[in-house]
Ligand binder design. Structure first.
Ligand SMILES: NC(=O)c1ccc[n+]([C@@H]2O[C@H](COP(=O)([O-])OP(=O)(O)OC[C@H]3O[C@@H](n4cnc5c(N)ncnc54)[C@H](O)[C@@H]3O)[C@@H](O)[C@H]2O)c1
Ligand SMILES: O=C(O)CC[C@@H](O)C(=O)O
Length: 410
């Protein structure tokens, strides 16, 4: 071994925020990583900049905003683990520009969200939130008025992805009719049917539930006009992102009794920790279920997410495998026993690959294995070579125009 460039595992620092499940920490430790700092809440601003400046991997959930400014203060950062589905809290382009790979857990909490939504639909159709709140204040509302079975009702799902489809199957098992709206043509499961226009879906659903990602096209997609298009006496459920619903329009519709009730798990502004105050125009409305962004917060989901994302970070750290990254070219790599592995992340521009190959031919370095994948913005080349040449090759690769980041593993 001649090189001192591969960072020893004992020096690789992880920062895990927002109460990432201990299963992640256990897995990292079992894989030989010992420098793991945990913080139970989200960090922001100067506090986040100070912490991220020194770490190689950061783990977050939905509250920590990783902006271009934050990435500019993270010179050592190799990868981000989002211990959740949503990645809207991360500036994925800024990460990519710095050669930082971002991973998430696209499936582990989907069942938890689907179960919560169904439970809320049942409780709201029975008027349970108001009846329970009244009973807590000493009241007694034994009445069938505005109480309905879920059987035979139409569930309108907006966004028929991992969560929407699970919900579809579970809802049909309870005897519901399912209709959905999605911008992409989707195979309907069971007897579900796709509706072409959002407003048509809204007009025919007894319960509308939102399962779209946060995107420019989904921002405020449910506003005054959409709520007006909903059936009188119907229910709105949002467990997607707070930016999807215009909360003031919803509050007005609830006050006007246009809607029977609503359940919200996500909000335009959410407290960063359990100690901060939750502020919303929906506070105090007994026919509204308000939950603190816990759609995916079950012991099962969090434990699975901890393992899933930690495994992805370990694979990327140990071996360079970037499979299922949300912003990075995906490369599944074999082991590299006996060889040094060079990782080169570069802008996807003409001439970079030939310049890389030139480094090896000019310096007479034999390539034992080479792997390449590109996306529209960056390229990721992995090259296995003999240990004796790795210091020189790494230095030369770093000088190739268009280079964003280099690493060596052995
Ligand atoms: N409340 C929680 O705790 C919680 C937990 C998990 C996920 N989520 C949120 O739920 C979202 C959905 O999760 P998923 O796993 O089902 O995602 P997914 O990517 O599998 O599915 C999203 C679906 O929305 C569709 N879509 C995109 N834009 C649309 C538009 N403008 N109109 C209609 N459909 C559109 C997509 O085509 C896709 O089918 C996540 O992005 C995340 O923000 C919240
Ligand atoms: O656990 C969280 O903070 C986010 C959960 C959910 O919104 C997700 O995107 O998976």
């Amino acid at each position: 071994m001649t090189s001192k460039t591969s960072l020893d595992k004992s020096k690789i620092r992880f920062l895990l925020l927002e109460g990432v499940h201990p299963s992640a920490i256990e897995l990292l430790r079992a894989q030989g990583y010992s420098q793991i700092e945990t913080v139970p809440k989200a960090l922001q601003g100067e506090e986040l900049k100070a912490k991220i400046a020194d770490v190689h991997f950061i783990g977050i959930r939905s509250q920590t905003q990783l902006t271009a400014d934050i990435f500019a203060n993270a010179p050592k950062l190799v990868a981000v683990g989002c211990f959740c589905i949503g990645t809207n809290q991360v500036d994925l382009n800024a990460a990519r520009e710095r050669g930082v790979a971002v991973f998430n857990a696209p499936y582990s909490n989907t069942r938890s969200v689907a179960e919560l939504v169904l439970a809320e639909a049942i409780l709201l159709l029975r008027g349970v939130p108001e009846k329970s709140a009244l009973a807590h204040r000493g009241g007694w509302l034994k009445s069938a008025t505005n109480s309905y079975e879920i059987r035979g009702k139409t569930l309108g799902i907006v966004g028929y992805g991992s969560i929407g489809t699970q919900l579809s199957v579970l809802a049909e098992a309870l005897g519901m009719h399912v209709a959905f709206f999605d911008t992409v043509s989707k195979l309907p499961l069971g007897n579900a049917r796709q509706v072409v226009k959002l407003h048509d879906l809204l007009a025919q659903s007894d319960i509308v539930t939102l399962h779209v990602p946060e995107l420019p096209s989904t921002q405020w997609m449910i506003g005054e006009a959409e709520i007006a298009a909903m059936k009188p006496g119907s229910i709105l459920i949002n467990a997607s992102r707070g930016s999807v619903v215009v909360i003031e329009a919803l509050a007005e519709a609830l006050k006007a009794k246009k809607l029977l009730g609503a359940a919200l798990d996500v909000f335009p502004v959410e407290p960063g920790s359990n100690k901060d105050e939750f502020v919303s125009p929906l506070r105090g409305m007994d026919n509204v279920i308000l939950t603190p962004h816990i759609g995916g917060s079950t012991m099962e989901a969090q434990a699975n997410i901890g393992v899933e994302v930690a495994e992805k970070l370990v694979k990327y750290s140990d071996n360079g495998t970037s499979t299922s990254s949300v912003n990075f070219p995906e490369v599944a790599l074999p082991t590299h026993a006996g060889k040094h592995r060079l990782l080169h992340v570069h802008r996807n521009q003409p001439g970079v690959l030939s310049a890389i190959n030139q480094v090896f031919s000019d310096n007479k370095i034999n390539i034992a294995g080479q792997f390449l994948q590109t996306n529209e913005a960056i390229g990721y080349v992995v090259i296995d070579i003999d240990a004796a040449s790795s210091d020189l090759a790494l230095e030369k690769l770093g000088q190739v125009p268009g280079t964003l980041r280099t690493r060596v593993l052995f």
